[in-house]
Structures are given as structure tokens and as C-alpha cells.
Design a protein around this ligand. Structure first.
Ligand code: CDP
Length: 219
């Protein structure tokens, strides 16, 4: 089984996808973590983001792996490092490079070819898994998404104001929706879930019951 979950920043994709993966006993793949890991690699090596060749070479020569919820870049654990505001802000600069995307998409498809998966990202239903059995597009108002990210970062001790986070999200959504290769789109066959005002349990139950009904809408 293949399940695609797309949507803008802070819509709750990864939280929901992890719950669904556990409930259905299938693999969860966080594709955003892959782009984040490359971005972290670019920052830590001091590579210029404008040097697309160098960024692409890094993506092609890096090994990204997962163990449970831990993320590794070339064998080094980078789980927390890839979630800093600096990485979040710069990831769309890496994710707009076509050759980087092709490299990530090939790895994501290879993983999906070996097992049942639920993947979250921006281009899953449109590019990575266009034949997915289920496609969901999670959305929420920008205010709510900024508030969620604010709470998440505050819990981790990161000191960023709600207004700064909201501005970062607006820029990131714009960049993600306007790039040429693999932009964030809601495909016609995706089920749109507006999660504004819904809690995690409500969203995951809605998605699970949709899948249990074999994709019939209603209720
Ligand atoms: O969790 P959040 O929605 O903030 O972001 P993420 O899913 O970790 O993705 C971080 C960034 O990676 C996005 O803003 C995109 O620029 C990029 N990305 C992408 O281009 N394609 C994907 N399939 C997943 C992420």
C-alpha cells in the first residue's frame, strides 16, 4: 500500500503520518527530513547555496538513513540539528534544485518499491507516488500553522517570536509552491483535510476511517 500526504509547513503531516503508519503497521518516510539533512550538510560544510553543482554533488554523495525517529547523515545522528529555524529557512533553497530533487525522489521511490509506506512531503502525490492508493492534502490557516510551530519550538527551548515564525512559514510556502520542479500542489485526486481547529486525534481518525472504508468519502 502507498499513502501520500502533502501540504504546507505546519499542517501536521508528519505527526499524522506517524500515527497512521503505526496503526496500519506500515513504514513512515519523512521526505522533508531528507531535504533538511542535505541542507544541514550544506550549512555545516560552508557550501554556498548558490553553488548548485556543489549542493547537488553533496546530495548525490550523501547517505541519509532512518532508524525509528532518528535521522542520520553519513552515519552521523542529525535528528535535532535538522529541525533548527536556520535549517527550516534554508531548506527550500536546496529543495528548488532540480538535480537534488531527482536524487531524493529516486531514493524515495526505491523505498516505496520495497514495502508499504506512508510518505509526507510536498510532491508525493504529484511526483513521487502518482499512483498512490490514497492521497491526502493537509492544510490549515497560516495563523494556526504558525502557532503550532511556535509551541513546538518553544518546547525545544528555541526563542523565536510568533510573528517571525509566521513570516518564515509564508516565505517557505511561497518558495515551495512556486519552484519549477516538484512544487507543492494539491492534486485533483487528493482528499483535502482542513485541520484548522481539529486536534491530532480528530485528523488521524478521519484519515484512518477513510482508508478503512476503502476510500469512500462521506460521513
Ligand atoms: O515539517 P514541515 O512542514 O515544516 O517541513 P518538512 O516537511 O520537514 O519540509 C521542509 C522543507 O523541505 C519544505 O519547506 C520544502 O522546501 C522541502 N521539501 C520538499 O521540497 N519536498 C518534499 N517532498 C518534502 C520537503
Amino acid at each position: 500500500m502507498q499513502i501520500a500526504v502533502d501540504g504546507p509547513a505546519g499542517a501536521g503531516k508528519s505527526t499524522i503520518a506517524k500515527i497512521i503508519a503505526k496503526q496500519l503497521g506500515i513504514q513512515y518516510l519523512d521526505t522533508g527530513a531528507m531535504y533538511r539533512a542535505i541542507t544541514y550538510g550544506v550549512l555545516s560544510r560552508g557550501i554556498d547555496f548558490e553553488d548548485q553543482q556543489a549542493v547537488t554533488a553533496l546530495a548525490q554523495n550523501s547517505e541519509i538513513s532512518f532508524e525509528g525517529s532518528e535521522v542520520f547523515l553519513d552515519g552521523r545522528r542529525v535528528t535535532e540539528e535538522i529541525r533548527t529555524p536556520e535549517v527550516s529557512k534554508n531548506t527550500s533553497r536546496v529543495a528548488c534544485i532540480a538535480a537534488v530533487r531527482q536524487c531524493m525522489v529516486a531514493q524515495q521511490r526505491a523505498i516505496a518499491g520495497r514495502q508499504s509506506v506512508i510518505m509526507d512531503g510536498r510532491d508525493i502525490g504529484s511526483v513521487v507516488l502518482p499512483e498512490a492508493d490514497y492521497k491526502f492534502y493537509l492544510d490549515a490557516s497560516v495563523e494556526e500553522r504558525a502557532r503550532r510551530r511556535f509551541e513546538e519550538l518553544k518546547a525545544k527551548g528555541t526563542d523565536k517570536s510568533l510573528e517571525e515564525i509566521k513570516a518564515d512559514i509564508i516565505t517557505r510556502d511561497y518558495n515551495d509552491s512556486h519552484r519549477e520542479e516538484g512544487p507543492l500542489v494539491c492534486t485533483e485526486d487528493a482528499v483535502v483535510v482542513d485541520t484548522t481547529g481539529m486536534d491530532i486525534q480528530g485528523v488521524s481518525q478521519y484519515i484512518l476511517s477513510f482508508i478503512e472504508r476503502g476510500g469512500q468519502r462521506g460521513l
